[in-house]
Every structure is written in structure tokens, then in C-alpha cells.
Design a protein. Structure first.
Length: 162
């Protein structure tokens, strides 16, 4: 199963750049995970009829907080995936989010705007980075999780600027 992973879109509505990202990188994804900081629920319209599972982030409105939980655990095949945005300083962020989950194989998170794709203590920590936010001088990225029968692996994808 291919899962598209995105975070920190920081948009009030889908723009052409986000729609192009979805067309190019998520067209064949069976599921989309959004790790928070949508800013507005209309952002989810960018994914069309695809199944989207999202969590709210620290920049999301109270309306989003009312409709979308702060964390989730989903079962994909034999794997349990924790989904959370994150909070506070990027320093020790993974320690804080790890304490939020028991018995997961992967933790998908956002908040830092920096991509991560590594195994720590037997858990895949996966942050797709920021897809659309240009406030910092970091490259925009998204991610893909590939879930097979025996493994879950991640890929970080740099968004073309041209």
C-alpha cells in the first residue's frame, strides 16, 4: 500500500502548488496522512476523493480542533501507525511524541518543518517536512510510506521549484 504523507501546508485553501503536488506525487496513493497545520479544513479538498486521515496542529483553528483529533492510531495491514503533529521546540520533539504512543511500528509527525525518516528503538519516525510553507529557507518536501506484508518504509520527496 502506498500512503502519501504531508504536513504543515499552512494554507487557507488549496492553491495550484498544492494541487500540483497531489497530482504528481499522490495520484496513485491509496491513503493520505496529513500531520497537521492545515490552517483551514478546505485544504483537505485538494485530495479529491482520496481517503485522508488528518490530525490538528498548533497553528490550526478551533474549528479544526473541534473536528479533527490531536492524535490518531491507525492499523494498516499488520502495522500500527501513530499520527500526531507535535509541539514545542524541535529539540527533543521525537522524545515528546514518542511518549504519546504505545505499541506502534511507525510515528508520523510534523511541526518541525524538517523531514525525518529513520528507525529509533524499533520504530520508524517519519516527518514529511513542510509541503508549502516558505517562511523558512528550507526545501519543501512530502513523503510516501510503503506498507508491505513484512515492512513499512518511508521516502522523502523534494518538491520541484520549477
Amino acid at each position: 500500500m502506498k500512503i502519501g504523507v504531508i504536513s504543515d501546508t499552512h494554507l487557507r485553501e488549496p492553491d495550484e502548488r498544492l494541487l500540483a503536488i497531489v497530482r504528481k506525487h499522490f495520484h496513485d496513493a491509496e491513503l493520505i496522512l496529513h500531520a497537521g497545520d492545515l490552517v483551514d479544513l478546505r485544504v483537505l479538498d485538494a485530495f479529491g476523493d482520496k481517503d485522508v486521515i488528518a490530525v490538528c496542529g498548533n497553528m490550526d483553528s478551533s474549528r479544526i480542533e473541534d473536528e479533527i483529533p490531536a492524535k490518531r492510531v491507525l492499523q494498516v495491514g499488520r502495522f500500527r501507525i501513530g499520527l500526531i503533529h507535535g509541539w514545542g521546540s524541535p529539540l527533543d520533539l521525537e522524545d515528546r511524541i514518542r511518549s504519546e504512543f504505545d505499541d506502534v511500528d511507525c510515528i508520523v509527525y510534523g511541526h518541525s518543518h524538517y523531514p525525518a525518516n529513520h528507525i529509533r528503538e524499533g520504530i520508524l519516525f517519519f516527518n514529511p517536512g513542510t509541503a508549502c510553507d516558505r517562511r523558512h529557507s528550507i526545501s519543501n518536501t512530502v513523503g510516501v510510506l510503503d506498507v508491505g506484508e513484512d515492512a513499512i518504509t518511508g521516502r522523502i520527496i523534494a518538491i520541484d521549484e520549477g
